[in-house]
Structure formats: structure tokens, C-alpha cells
Ligand binder design. Structure first.
Ligand SMILES: NC(=O)c1ccc[n+]([C@@H]2O[C@H](COP(=O)([O-])OP(=O)(O)OC[C@H]3O[C@@H](n4cnc5c(N)ncnc54)[C@H](OP(=O)(O)O)[C@@H]3O)[C@@H](O)[C@H]2O)c1
Length: 327
């Protein structure tokens, strides 16, 4: 089969398209012919050795995908050859071979049916980002419907967070540096949008939502933005820390957490067990159906154009970036 191989942890640019033996489904596994794979920033981090996982090399990246069942290992029931399915967040593309290949073997417990009325491309890139957004929104036991601030809102996790937050009855405030994307984010369900590069964005936000304050921030950006985000929180406000696309927080004063009893909570979608993943995914699909929302697809690249696809992802496009693996 053809696959994009990572020979060393020297960055995404070193990936090479090569012939490699197709995998065979072992016990408890299903062999899937990949139709569409989706890109995530974490693929780049793993390729740059910035991620905890250090899989044996050569490694095949790619955590998300949709494909067709082509082989069924021993002790697997409930699957038919020819059936279409999606891959839920698992060790696929992390510590075992991923979806940037024509075939991938997947533990049966990490496969799910394509949700009703979703297209193949909508389904292919949804699992990782929606499961992450779901964890960010539901990891707090005391979060009644309130105001949710989302940074990096035009990204995969950001859009998923907007849609799920709306479905859960929250009011959504979304941050994006792009005027065009801010308009799109309002169409996707954000009630208010702001540009985090504007000097007065915090003041504007506070006056817009007064007398209320932000109840939960979902932060994908980190860097200098995180201390600013903390300023928008009300009493008992919370931050779900998802990513740090702008790098580490340069300076952080823990005293900013004291008086309003603020809490920070890390999000790790990989910490979900397979059973928790399946339960969370069922809730994601149900919540999206409740508000008639679907995953947003940005652009689909041919399999051979993986480097261009990563270049496009780095520009911060709206919607998921996919690879068409099977023509
Ligand atoms: N903790 C977990 O379990 C988990 C799971 C999944 C993802 N993640 C992490 O979460 C983060 C977001 O993932 P994603 O898939 O949503 O990313 P993405 O699709 O690449 O989008 C992120 C958005 O953030 C904004 N952005 C990018 N770089 C920025 C910078 N330097 N400063 C300010 N804004 C910036 C851009 O929006 P604008 O241009 O519109 O401002 C971009 O659209 C990544 O770091 C990812 O690795 C963590």
C-alpha cells in the first residue's frame, strides 16, 4: 500500500510517500481501507518530537479518518466487510500506525458508524475535535448554562466547541483575528465575536455581556492571550486548557485566580478510555442533531498533496482539512 512515512522526528516536511506492506487485522481489530483522513495540529507536534508519544519509526501519522471495512480479525463481532465507519480518538496515528495510508488496522472498540445525514467528509474529520470540545465543556460538574468564551474559535476544536456549547444551552463568545472568519463564526452559532489582537477587546467584551461575566473559557491559544482571557471571567469562572498554539504563557500571576476563586483544568482527549470515548461520541452526535449542526469541512486535498495540506492548515483555515486517500 501507499503511505506517508515519518522516518525521524525532524518535522512534517520530512514525510515521504512510499510503498509499505499493508497491515493485517489482528485479534480484536478491523482492517479499514481509508477513504478520507483528516489533519490535526498534533500530527505536526508528534513529527517535531513535541508530543509525549514516541512511536517506533517509520511511523504513519493521522488520527482521524473514514473508511471501508476490508478485513475482520478474530474475536470481533458486529462488523461487515464493505461497511463504512469512522475512527474515534485512540492510539491510531499516535503510538500505532495512522490514517495517512491506504489501509489501517483499528481496534474494533475505536470504530463508530457514520452518523445519519453526515457526508463522508463531514464524518472523516470530526472525532478528535468534537470529543475534545465535549471534554472541555463537560469536565466541570458545576457549569449551568452560561457564557462560554472560545479562543482560536475558527479552528477544528473551536468550531466544535461553538456548536456543542450552543446545543448545551450556553451563550457563545468567539475570538478570531480574521474579520471574515468572525462573520462565519456568528453564522455557526457564536452570539458575539471579538478580535483578540484589538487592544480594547476585553473592555468591549465586558461591556457587551454586562452585568454578566464569562463562566467558562475554552482556550486553544495560550501564550499572552491566556492572562487576558482570565480577566474576562466572573466569580467561580473556569478555563478548560486545550492547546497553546501561541506557545507557553510568558508570565502568569497566580493571584489573578484567588479572589474570584477561578479554576484552570487541563483537557486531554487521549485520557478518555475507549468506553468513555464511545459514550462521549454518542452524546456529541445527539447534541449536534439537536441543533441541526454538522461538522464543517474546509478543504480536501489529494493524498499526494499532504505537504500542501499541512501548509494550508498552518494558515488557520476555517473548517477541517482533509486528504482524499481513495480516489
Ligand atoms: N488537549 C487535547 O486533548 C487536544 C485535542 C485536540 C487539539 N488540541 C490542541 O488544540 C489546539 C487547537 O487545535 P485545532 O485543531 O482547533 O487547531 P486549528 O484548526 O489549527 O485552529 C486553531 C485556530 O487558532 C488560531 N490561531 C492559530 N495560531 C494562532 C496564534 N499563534 N495566535 C493566535 N491564534 C492562533 C487560528 O484562528 P484565527 O486565525 O481565526 O485567529 C486558527 O484557526 C492545538 O494546539 C491542538 O494541538 C488539544
Amino acid at each position: 500500500m501507499k503511505a506517508w512515512l515519518l522516518d525521524s522526528f525532524s518535522g512534517i516536511e520530512s514525510l515521504r510517500l512510499a510503498e509499505t506492506p499493508a497491515p493485517v487485522a489482528g485479534e480484536g481489530e478491523v482492517l479499514v481501507e481509508v477513504r478520507f483522513a483528516a489533519l490535526n495540529p498534533a500530527d505536526r507536534y508528534l513529527a517535531e518530537k513535541q508530543y509525549p508519544a514516541k512511536p517506533p519509526l517509520p511511523h504513519i501519522l493521522g488520527r482521524d479518518g473514514l473508511g471501508i471495512v476490508r478485513g475482520i480479525g478474530q474475536k470481533v463481532s458486529g462488523f461487515q466487510v464493505g461497511q463504512e465507519c469512522i475512527i474515534l480518538r485512540s492510539e491510531i496515528g499516535v503510538n500505532r500506525a495512522g490514517t495517512f495510508a491506504q489501509f489501517v488496522t483499528v481496534p474494533a472498540e475505536s470504530l463508530a458508524a457514520v452518523p445519519d445525514d453526515w457526508s463522508a467528509t463531514q464524518a472523516a474529520g470530526a472525532a478528535l475535535v468534537y470529543l475534545t470540545a465535549y471534554q472541555a465543556l463537560t469536565q466541570w460538574t458545576d457549569l449551568p448554562a452560561g457564557i462560554i468564551l472560545i479562543t482560536g474559535a475558527s479552528g477544528g476544536v473551536g468550531i466544535a466547541s461553538i456548536q456543542l456549547a450552543r446545543a448545551l444551552g450556553h451563550t457563545v463568545v468567539a475570538l478570531s483575528r480574521s474579520p471574515a472568519k468572525r462573520i462565519d463564526l456568528q453564522k455557526l452559532g457564536a452570539q458575539y465575536t471579538f478580535d483578540p489582537a484589538e487592544a480594547d477587546w476585553i473592555k468591549d467584551l465586558k461591556s457587551t455581556i454586562a452585568p454578566n461575566r464569562v463562566d467558562l473559557a475554552i482556550d486553544n491559544i495560550g501564550g499572552q492571550l491566556l492572562p487576558q482571557v482570565i480577566q474576562t471571567l466572573g466569580d467561580h469562572g473556569k478555563v478548560s486548557l486545550v492547546g497553546q498554539l501561541a506557545g507557553p504563557v510568558p508570565q502568569f500571576n497566580t493571584a489573578t485566580l484567588f479572589f474570584r476563586r477561578l479554576r484552570l483544568g487541563g483537557v486531554a482527549v487521549g485520557a478518555y478510555t475507549p468506553a468513555e470515548t464511545t459514550d462521549a461520541w454518542r452524546m456529541v452526535v445527539e447534541l449536534l442533531a439537536r441543533v441541526n449542526a454538522k461538522p464543517v469541512v474546509g478543504r480536501v486535498f489529494d493524498f499526494e498533496r499532504l505537504p500542501d495540506a499541512f501548509g494550508w492548515l498552518a494558515q488557520g483555515p476555517l473548517g477541517k482539512v482533509l486528504l482524499r486517500v481513495r480516489g
